[in-house]
Design a protein around this ligand. Structure first.
Ligand code: ATP
Length: 331
């Protein structure tokens, strides 16, 4: 279950296509996951994320394309795949009266790890005798993580793990996934929560209308799609006019203005050290300096919500609405 990143190909998908009633929902998708990676498959509602992971698990048959998961073709090796892939699927559920300990016994195979160790790892030891219905949302999701990990999977698939959780429960579940990441577990995480992907994923694959739009580490995507920064500080420094003129001439600076008692400097990331150096050179370091850098949400909103006129044809034109705002990804 624990791997060294980049040493083994776990998932390889080429040209995956799937239509429902003549409507293309996955449109020539390529996807790679290497051992030890936590890959986030992100996109708004209806982007085709769940359909893709269903195809990876043999739960749904693609119209065309090549899929290899741990060397298996999910369409033909589904039984073998089940022994190697642990999953928490969207809308997972268990019988209300089933106790946590009973769920462990029910799901354990001959390969199973010690369930009590896993319960302890995910803070559920006290809930061993509790019925599923009595668990909080966060506890349920942590139980699904425990069940997904129970049989020593080589790949873990998590689909909308934190949907509907309150902020505290979400934080606990994030911590649980971070434990998996730090232990080198290979995870494919399906989410439309961009902040979740930014925190948890080593690589992010952005989908819209069944296609991959871009992929990379969260840092690469942020640099590529949200290169702008805003630096601001109180307009109380000496020689303000000369300072503003000097800032305008610095590399990376696009615009400098004074508004509401603050100097506002807009530019790209390169501008940050130059602005800092200029302030230090003048011997005036403002005590109230703010720096705004867009996160993954700011970066990918522009990627996933293009003007309607530039949306791709085919799947995009026929797919369900896919804005992130509609997806609830913008808070
Ligand atoms: P969400 O974030 O809402 O789960 P998603 O990116 O996972 O969205 P999918 O669930 O893969 O998207 O759905 C892609 C499109 O395919 C949607 O328009 C959905 O309505 C449609 N779809 C999915 N499963 C089926 C099905 N069994 N029959 C018909 N249409 C389906």
């Amino acid at each position: 279950m624990t791997n060294t990143p980049g040493t083994e190909e776990v998932v390889r998908v080429r040209g995956l296509r799937k239509s429902y009633a003549g409507r293309t929902v996955v449109d020539g998708l390529d996807l790679d996951v290497d051992a030890g990676e936590v890959v986030g498959l992100i996109g708004a509602n209806g982007a085709g994320k769940t359909t893709t992971v269903e195809c990876l698990q043999g739960l749904c048959h693609p119209d065309s394309g090549v899929i290899s998961v741990l060397g298996c073709d999910p369409a033909h090796d589904v039984a073998r795949l089940r022994t190697m892939v642990g999953s928490q699927l969207q809308d997972s559920g268990l019988p209300d009266r089933l106790r946590v300990g009973e769920a462990l016994a029910l799901f354990a195979t001959g390969r199973a790890r010690d369930g009590d160790d896993l319960l302890a790892q995910f803070g559920l030891t006290e809930r061993r005798r509790s019925a599923f219905a009595s668990l909080s949302g966060g506890e349920r999701q942590r139980l699904f993580l425990v069940l997904a990990l129970l049989n020593r999977p080589r790949l873990v698939i998590l689909d909308e793990l934190t949907q509907g959780l309150d902020p505290a429960a979400r934080r606990d579940v994030w911590a649980a996934v971070a434990q998996l990441r730090d232990s080198g577990t290979t995870v494919l995480l399906v989410t439309h929560e961009l902040d979740e992907a930014e925190v948890l994923c080593s690589r992010v694959v952005a989908m819209r209308a069944g296609r991959v739009l871009d992929q990379g580490t969260p840092r690469e995507l942020m640099a590529r799609h949200a290169p702008s920064t805003t630096i601001s500080f109180g307009a109380t420094l000496r020689d303000l006019d000369s300072l503003v003129a000097a800032l305008r001439g610095l590399p990376g600076v696009v615009e400098v203005g004074v508004a509401a008692g603050r100097v506002v400097v807009r530019g790209d990331r390169v501008s940050i050290p130059y602005v800092g150096a200029e302030l230090v050179r003048r011997g005036e370091v403002p005590p109230d300096l703010d720096l705004e850098l867009p996160g993954l949400t700011g970066a990918l909103l522009s990627l996933l919500e293009p003007p309607a006129a530039t949306a791709p044809s085919g799947a995009a034109s026929s797919a369900a609405p896919t804005t992130l705002t509609q997806a609830g990804a913008v808070r």
